[in-house]
Design a protein around this ligand. Structure first.
Ligand SMILES: [Zn+2]
Length: 72
């Protein structure tokens, strides 16, 4: 019986470790799964996506957003 318990426990630990890894990789390498800009829907320039994988907006929309955030 203890053998079965050990195996269940090992499985549980593996699942927990895999979950932590998945969460960690999500946090360390945020990427925009959609190639499109959230602002205008146009495709974000490949160069911009390469430089900033987490970019959700094209340069134009990002700049417009930042201007709005600054209250200009
Ligand atoms: Zn845009």
């Amino acid at each position: 019986v203890s053998d079965v318990l050990d195996r269940a426990q090992a499985l549980e630990e593996m699942e927990r470790a895999a979950g932590v890894l998945a969460v960690r990789s999500l946090c360390s390498a945020p990427t925009n799964p959609f190639a499109g800009c959230l602002g205008c829907g146009e495709e974000i320039e490949p160069a911009r996506r390469a430089a900033l994988p987490s970019a959700l907006r094209c340069l134009e929309c990002q700049e417009a957003l930042e201007r709005r955030e600054r209250g200009l």
